[in-house]
Design a protein around this ligand. Structure first.
Ligand SMILES: [Zn+2]
Length: 324
């Protein structure tokens, strides 16, 4: 039989064990609110990574989007409303990525003190005639004028290290505003992240400007910011959303372009099917290669410790191979 103090000791050990086990599970995928920290809810991976880096020990970051899921068609669950209501900060990309945000914010608890911040603010946004796969009808010369009212914001700001820098700065400022007591820590950790982003930016500029070719064919239209900032020209099989279906005449036109320009690789990405990229590559007689829009990690990348920097570095290496 246990004495009272021994019993208490066992209880304490058990509590500690549970606590350690919970801590060991890590903050990846949807975490939960931690008292005594600044709880920051993020909508998808790159914002989660930057908020975790800049937040350091002062922040508990919770990413709404689970590992292995791409963000375009994802919507939050009721549990996400509960945890976001209890958080101090809600960081979303904006620029049209998360169409569910306005309703989500309205559904938060009335007494919630969470501040919401659109992280892409200040980025020079790209407008595009979204090729969403619906039949717009009419081909040829007059088409462009007829589409002026269907312009959409391209949400893929983070794919360029230049705009990722602006986003990281917005994240730092929002953390400093909700938690001014730890202002200096946020500044220091931001400076380290900013240095890495600037180094990545310089490397992209230096390496890509050396290459003779600049035309890339990608599965989904996620690389306009990268293309603008580093002198590439993007041709997309699908539209802004990763699962939009292309029209067959667009596929044929792309196959012609690939042959005419001597393009050697069609880029695809891991979080969505590579079927169309493979079809186009087969049609044009070329190979496929990965270009990652860093919208999320796959299970394997998560286990492997991949992050924005390792994935962007792989992107650069693949662009060098494809464009030389
Ligand atoms: Zn996308």
């Amino acid at each position: 039989m246990l004495t009272k103090s021994l019993h208490r000791g066992v209880l304490l050990t058990l509590t500690l064990l549970v606590f350690l086990l919970l801590a060991a599970c890590g903050p990846k995928s949807s975490g939960s609110i931690v008292e005594g920290k600044v709880n920051v809810v993020t909508t998808f991976y790159p914002i989660y990574e930057f908020a975790s880096e800049i937040g350091g020990e002062d922040v508990n970051a919770i990413n709404l989007l689970p590992v292995g899921v791409e963000p375009h068609d994802w919507t939050p669950r009721s549990q996400d409303i509960i945890s976001t209501s209890k958080a101090q900060l809600f960081l979303y990309n904006g620029a049209g990525l998360e169409g569910w945000v306005p309703n989500f914010l309205k559904s938060l608890d009335n007494d919630s003190k969470v501040q919401s911040v659109e992280v892409s603010k200040g980025v020079d946004l790209i407008m595009t005639d979204e090729e969403d796969g619906h039949d717009h009808g009419g081909e040829g010369a007059g088409e462009a004028e007829g589409h002026t009212d269907s312009l959409h914001t391209d949400p893929h700001t983070w794919v360029s290290p230049k705009s990722a820098f602006i986003m990281a700065k917005n994240i730092k400022e929002s953390l400093q505003s909700v938690d001014p007591a730890h202002k200096e820590g946020y500044e220091e950790r931001f400076n380290k992240l900013a240095e890495r982003l600037e180094a990545l930016d310089s490397k992209f500029t230096a390496e890509l400007s050396k290459l003779p070719n600049h035309e890339i064919v990608v599965s989904h239209q996620a690389f306009a910011y990268l293309a603008r900032d580093y002198g590439l020209k993007q041709h997309a099989i699908m539209g802004l959303s990763a699962d939009a279906e292309p029209r067959s005449q667009d596929l044929l036109a792309l196959a012609d372009l690939v042959k005419k320009e001597g393009i050697r690789y069609i880029f695809f990405e891991e979080l969505v099917s590579d079927k169309l990229a493979k079809t186009l590559a087969g049609e044009a007689g070329v190979s496929t290669m990965v270009l990652n829009p860093v919208e999320g990690l796959t299970e394997a990348q998560d286990k492997n410790g991949d992050n924005y920097f390792t994935l962007m570095e792989k992107n650069l290496q693949n662009l060098i191979l494809a464009l030389q």
